[in-house]
Structures are given as structure tokens and as C-alpha cells.
Design a protein around this ligand. Structure first.
Ligand code: NAD
Length: 435
């Protein structure tokens, strides 16, 4: 995204000096989203600049010894966007394309999301610019431990609590928890969420984001009169979020007709066998080559005849080049930031309902909150209890933003930003500025 895509009044004061104005990246998308909500903030708009710059950014060098004896250096980040409502909370991403702009945007979307579902957290995010598939397990462990140690200045059970994101998982969290615990001389289970269940993790956390996507999708489908039974689904990204959401929709009678991931795009108009596809992804590393479907060109994925489209991979996937080709009646954002503001407008004009990331994928952080609460009290809940509480929070939060969207005649994204920004800025106003 270039600087020219931004309304003039956003620039240059809103753009921090450490970002390249010619390539603002996902942070530019976030700034435009805040800009759209500002007219609805009333007297709280006085504080809106707080949302347009992260509170704190840490960039760390992560050197590790590789298996062949050489030394490799990786760049790592931890960004705390806003801590007005509580400690920072947000995942850690390992990906070769991670940038500061991306981590900034992801941290900001965490602030919005946490406020939207009213969990007592601010927003944070971390990442390392690395292709983890090129590292051995030992190298990955050393990378994770050194990164955790480097960001140890910022994280802690009452300060900032990381969790899994793209290419990180329960094992990554176990290493992070152990490293932090070694450095502090304690067993600090509450420093990360998404841990293995035997190490203070929560039942239901692995599926929580996908379950939240499904829950919000079902609620919205009722409102627009779209039956889930027989609905055709296209899913981009078949990892933790996309795979779980695809499975839950298929269990409810929907047909997963197209799936795309980093290994290929597949299509089956009768619906793929989802458990078989999940097993293929587990054993082969991706959907490419799945025998129960035909392969299709990557670009054609966006034009597939479907009712529901779930982007569950990376940012900026639905953009001005492909948005007009989308056939779906409803887009449920499993991924963070998958739709650019231009694409949002195109989809709106086509009458496509977009359920934004900041509400649709909030199920993960909601169960992370449950995990953190369970760790503090050392008292663990049953899976049924967790899923029931998750569904209730997601349904109530979605109903609240839907009502705001109807009242103000705005998109669900803007409505979610209205609810969330009001909560964050109200907290900011009550706390006041120090000194
Ligand atoms: P994951 O690593 O389990 O899966 C990522 C998926 O994206 C994989 O299927 C991968 O093949 C696919 N992918 C990667 N690059 C791609 C490309 N260029 N084109 C098509 N597909 C590509 O990660 P995840 O945890 O499922 O996260 C997916 C998205 O959901 C991310 O945007 C993440 O920030 C968001 N999210 C995750 C959680 C969570 O709890 N894991 C919570 C909220 C939001």
C-alpha cells in the first residue's frame, strides 16, 4: 500500500518515523479503519491519536547456532499497541514475510478485538522474520528460547501474554513458558496461553478460534436467512483456524467446495471429505495433491461459486484485484486483516456481508483469557464448560455489534470498531494521562 492511498489528514503526523511512507503495509489498513470510526466516537475522539501509534515497540536480534555450526541472525519483534484496559495480549508469528508494519497492525487489531469481546486485555503481538520450515526442531527451539529471553523485558503474566499465531503452536508456547520460568526462577504458566493441556493449557483452546468463526457465522447466517445445511464454503488457509472452522461447518451440513493454502488450491463441487483433507494436510504439509478434489489455478479460488468464504491465512488476501470476483454472500474473516479497505467497499457495494476479524476470530483470545484465569486460580474447567462460555461470549458480542451496525447503518467492521474504540478510549480517559 502506498502513502497515496491514505486520506491526506492521516499523514504525515499519524505515520511514525520508523515506517517507510511509500510502503505503509498492514498498518495503513488499520489507520484507515480507525479513520472510518472517528466520526462515531463523540467526545472520546479527543483521544483517538492514542490508537494511531503503538505504545511500545521492541525490535530484537535473535542469534542462534545452526545445526551445521554456523551462526544465523533473525529479526524479532514485540509490539504493545495499547494497554489501557489491561496487560498486552496477542500471538507470536514465525513467517519469512513478517515486518514491523505487520506486527504493529496485528497488535492494534488485538486491542480492538479484546475490547470487542470485553476481555480485560490490551493489544500486543510478536513475530520473527523466519521461514520455520527451513529450521530443524532443535534450531526452532533455540530460536524460540532466545527470542523469549530477548522480549523478557516486556512479557509476563500481568504485563503481556503471548499465544500462538501462524506457524507457532502449543510446543512453541511450552518452550516460551519454560524459558521465561527459567529466567525468573518460577513456574510461570500464566506468561503464555495456547500451552499444552498438561502444562496449564486449557481444554478447547486449539479449536477455539475456529469455533468462534463458526459461532459468529451461524448467528449471521440466521440474520440473513442463509441455511448452513447445504451451504457451499470456500476456505483459504487450512491450518488451525481454517481447518477447524471448515470441520465445524461440514459437521453442521455445509459443503467445503474449495480450499487454498500455500501448497495449492483444490476444488470439489460436491464438497471435500473434510476429515480426510485434515489428515492429508497433517501428513503432507498442505492441501496440494489431495486425491479427493481437482486442483485449480490460485486466482480462480476467489471466483468459486460459494455461499460463504472464509479467509484464514494472511493479510491483504481480498483486495481490489479480486474482490469483485467473489460470489459468496458472506465473508467470515478467520485471518487477521485479510480484506483491504478498498475491497471492503467493493464487497459492501456487491451486498456481501463481511464479518470482520476483530469479532469473527476473537474466539481464540477468549479461550486464552479462560486459560489465563484457570492458571491464576490453578483450577481447571471442563471442555463443555469452556465451549459453552465461549459460545455465549461470542453470541453476545456479535449481537451487540450487529445492533450498533443497524443503528448507525455502518458495516459490522465499523460497528465493532465503534464498540471497541469507545471501551479503550473510555478506559484511557478515566485513567488520565500520566504525569
Ligand atoms: P496456521 O499456521 O495454523 O495456518 C496458516 C494457514 O495459512 C496454512 O494453511 C497455510 O498453508 C496458509 N497459508 C500461508 N501462506 C499462504 C498463502 N500465501 N496463500 C494461501 N494460504 C497460505 O495459522 P493459524 O493459527 O490458522 O492462523 C491463520 C490466520 O488466523 C492468521 O491470520 C492468524 O493471525 C489468524 N488468527 C489465528 C488465531 C489462532 O488462535 N491461531 C486467532 C486469531 C486469528
Amino acid at each position: 500500500m502506498s502513502v497515496h492511498d491514505h486520506p491526506a489528514h492521516l499523514l504525515p503526523h499519524a505515520l511514525p518515523s520508523y515506517l517507510n511512507p511509500d510502503d505503509v503495509g498492514p498498518w495503513g489498513t488499520y489507520l484507515q479503519q480507525v479513520d472510518r470510526v472517528t466520526p462515531y466516537l463523540g467526545s472520546l475522539a479527543r483521544w483517538v491519536e492514542t490508537l494511531k501509534r503503538p505504545k511500545r515497540i521492541l525490535i530484537v536480534d535473535v542469534p542462534i547456532e545452526m545445526d551445521d555450526g554456523s551462526i544465523a541472525h533473525f529479526e524479532g519483534y514485540r509490539v504493545q499497541h495499547n494497554l489501557s484496559r489491561g496487560p498486552g495480549k496477542g500471538g507470536v508469528r514465525f513467517h519469512q514475510d513478517v515486518t514491523l508494519s505487520e506486527v504493529m497492525a496485528l497488535s492494534a487489531w488485538m486491542s480492538i478485538k479484546n475490547a470487542a469481546v470485553n476481555v480485560p486485555y490490551g493489544g500486543a503481538k510478536g513475530g520473527i522474520r523466519v521461514d520455520p520450515r527451513k529450521l530443524s526442531k532443535g534450531e526452532l527451539e533455540r530460536l524460540t528460547r532466545r527470542y523469549t529471553s530477548e522480549i523478557g523485558l516486556l512479557i509476563g503474566p500481568t504485563k503481556d501474554i503471548p499465544a500462538p499465531d501462524v506457524n507457532t503452536n502449543a510446543q512453541t508456547m511450552a518452550w516460551m513458558m519454560d524459558t521465561y520460568s527459567m529466567n525468573t526462577g518460577s513456574t510461570a504458566t500464566g506468561v503464555v496461553t495456547g500451552k499444552p493441556v498438561d502444562l496449564g493449557g486449557s481444554l478447547g483452546r486449539v479449536e477455539a478460534t475456529g469455533r468462534g468463526v463458526f459461532t459468529v457465522g451461524v448467528e449471521a447466517a440466521k440474520l440473513i436467512g442463509l441455511p448452513i445445511e447445504g451451504a457451499r464454503l470456500a476456505v483459504q488457509g487450512f491450518g488451525n483456524v481454517g481447518g477447524t472452522a471448515g470441520k465445524l461447518f461440514a459437521d453442521a451440513g455445509a459443503k467445503v467446495v474449495a480450499v487454498q493454502d500455500h501448497t495449492g488450491s483444490i476444488y470439489n463441487p460436491d464438497g471435500v471429505d473434510v476429515p480426510a483433507l485434515l489428515e492429508h494436510v497433517r501428513s503432507q504439509g498442505g492441501v496440494g495433491g489431495f486425491p479427493g478434489a481437482q486442483s485449480m489455478a490460485a486466482d480462480d479460488f476467489w471466483a468459486v461459486n460459494c455461499d460463504i468464504l472464509i479467509p484464514a491465512a494472511l493479510e491483504g488476501q481480498i483486495n481490489k484485484d479480486n474482490a469483485h470476483r467473489i460470489q459468496a454472500k458472506m465473508v467470515i474473516e478467520g485471518a487477521n486483516g485479510p480484506t483491504t479497505p478498498e475491497a471492503d467497499d467493493i464487497l459492501h457495494d456487491k451486498g456481501v456481508l463481511v464479518l470482520p476479524d476483530v469479532i469473527a476470530n476473537a474466539g481464540g483470545v477468549t479461550v486464552s483469557y479462560f486459560e489465563w484465569v484457570q492458571d491464576f486460580s490453578s483450577f481447571f474447567w471442563s471442555e463443555d464448560e469452556i465451549n459453552a462460555r465461549l459460545v455465549r461470549i461470542m453470541q453476545e458480542a456479535f449481537a451487540a455489534v450487529w445492533q450498533v451496525a443497524q443503528e448507525n447503518k455502518v458495516s459490522v467492521r465499523t460497528a465493532t470498531f465503534i464498540v471497541a474504540c469507545q471501551r479503550i478510549l473510555h478506559a484511557r480517559e478515566m485513567r488520565g494521562l500520566y504525569p
